[in-house]
Structure formats: C-alpha cells, structure tokens
Ligand binder design. Structure first.
Ligand SMILES: Nc1ncnc2c1ncn2[C@@H]1O[C@H](COP(=O)(O)OP(=O)(O)OP(=O)(O)O)[C@@H](O)[C@H]1O
Length: 262
C-alpha cells in the first residue's frame, strides 16, 4: 500500500483579536484585559491515509476541519509538525475560492482549472464535460459576481472533480446546491473513488459519509479524538441520537432523505 497523506504532529495556531478599534483597545489596556489570545485550531494531529482510502472528516462547528483541509491542500502551513502528500491534489475547500468576481464563468473555468494544475489543452479537452456537469446554462458567460452560492458551488465542484487528481478534498460540497446536484456530486465522487483517488470529505451529513467513506476522523477542539470505523465514528459523535442533529440542506432535504436518494 502507498501512503497518500501523512500528517505528523501538526499544530496550527490562530490569534483571536478581542478588540478591534483603537478606543476599545485603549479601554481594555486600561482595565488590564487581554487584547488577544492564541489558540490551536489544529492541535498535535497525526494520521496516515493510504492511496484510495475515502476519509470522512467530522466534528462540530469550529473543531478545525477546514483548517486541516487547508493544511493538507497547502494553502496554509502548519506551525508545528509536517504534512506529506503524494500526487496531484484537487478539490473544493471553499465555495468560489480562486474565482475572480469580475470574470465570467467561462473565464473563471480556465483560471481555476489552471490554478488546479490543468494545462490549457487539458481544460479545452474537458471543457464540455465541465460545463455539462455544472449545468449553469446561459450563466456561463455572466460574471460570477452575479452567481448564487449554489451556482458558485456547481462550477467550482465541476472544475475540481474533472482534474485527474490523486487526492480529492471536499469541504461541505453538499451544503449548498439543490438535491439533484448533490446526488450528481456523490455519484461523481463515488466514480473517482472507484478509480483509486484518495478522498477527504468534510461533512456533518451522516448518510453521505456512510455511503462514501471507509474511515472516519473526528476532530474536537483541534484534537483528533477518533480515527476508525465509519459507524463507530458516527456513534462517537452521537449524530444519530438526536433528531434535531439531522442537517437540512439548502433545498430543505434532511440528510436522511439525501441518504435515501443515493
Ligand atoms: N484565519 C483564521 N484566523 C483566526 N481564526 C481562524 C481562522 N480560520 C479559522 N479560525 C478559527 O479556527 C477554528 C477552527 O475553524 P475551522 O473553520 O477549521 O472549523 P470547522 O471545523 O471547519 O468548522 P465548520 O464546521 O463550522 O466549518 C475556529 O474557532 C475558527 O474561528
């Protein structure tokens, strides 16, 4: 087996600024209150992912999932520890990231494709497939600043999934977008999974994690407190115990409904 992602004792610090204006800072200093505080968004995290594994990264809001994805992707550097990845990485780690608002969908497709490591010839070859998958119709030639969040996600996901990547990172790709598009995304991710791509999928949605992942990691306040079987991971999170924990989608479908679809 070949290692795809090796994360060793990784820590990422952020600074929380309590007071923004000069006046607030002066008052806080006078009262002896702290102006800022450092905290670990990711705290001494270690794990290894083998090529072809599909990992569900779960945890409550603010537990450090997106930060960990950005560290793996390389858009952020760890303050301590090391991350090694093998091969080309693609994915959607923030809706609209890498898009220029004044440029059209078509222009952004070329720009974003290039950012993700595709050459011009490769983008041209895949252009029709990317556009067909995104299915944004006449909006392809409209500046993306006029796009809805769902349309951003459609185009961003479509470009990323068409990169011939060894590792695909997906942060909440199913959080926006309507029900048919979510289904299409899951199917497409299943396809690349079967082709041997390593998948790192951040989600609160238990049904899609169940259907797509073979291992779950759970982050709690930056600590990796669970690494193992999908069902055990979901039980560990207690997401199935509370009906109010069923995440609803933008289209108003619960996760279980989505799960029933896929
Ligand atoms: N650039 C930043 N500067 C300062 N703090 C940050 C920054 N990015 C994230 N944080 C903080 O780090 C913590 C972890 O954030 P992160 O976005 O990784 O969590 P998450 O698990 O992805 O949350 P969610 O489920 O809400 O998307 C949060 O407390 C967040 O406020």
């Amino acid at each position: 087996m070949v290692d795809s992602i090796v994360v060793q004792n990784v820590t990422k610090d952020f600074t929380m600024q309590y007071h923004r204006s000069l006046k607030q800072m002066a008052v806080a200093t006078f009262k002896g209150l702290p102006l800022k505080e450092q905290f670990q968004a990711v705290n001494d995290v270690s794990f290894t992912v083998e090529q072809g594994e599909s990992i569900g990264l779960m945890g409550l809001n603010g537990s450090g999932k997106s930060t960990l994805l950005k560290l793996i992707n390389g858009v952020m550097r760890p303050d301590q520890g090391s991350i090694r990845t093998r091969g080309r990485i693609a994915g959607l780690i923030a809706t609209g990231a890498g898009f220029h608002p004044q440029m059209t969908g078509r222009e952004n497709l070329f720009l974003n494709g290039a950012i993700l490591g595709m050459g011009e010839a490769e983008i041209k070859r895949k252009f029709d497939d990317i556009v067909a998958f995104a299915d944004i119709g006449k909006f392809l030639d409209t500046p993306v600043s006029h796009y809805s969040s769902g349309m951003y996600a459609r185009l961003g996901f479509s470009i990323a999934i068409h990169v011939d990547a060894d590792i695909f990172l997906a942060d909440e790709v199913l959080a926006v977008g309507d029900r048919p598009f979510k289904r299409k995304c899951v199917q497409k991710m299943q396809e690349i999974r079967q082709q041997g791509t390593t998948i790192f999928y951040v989600s609160h949605a238990t049904a899609s994690v169940r259907s797509m992942c073979d291992r779950v990691l759970v982050l709690e306040s930056g600590h990796l407190n669970f690494d193992g079987d999908v069902e055990e991971g979901i039980r560990y999170l207690q997401y199935d115990d509370d009906p109010t924990d069923q995440p609803t989608t933008a289209a108003g479908n619960t996760d279980e409904e989505l799960g029933a679809d896929i």
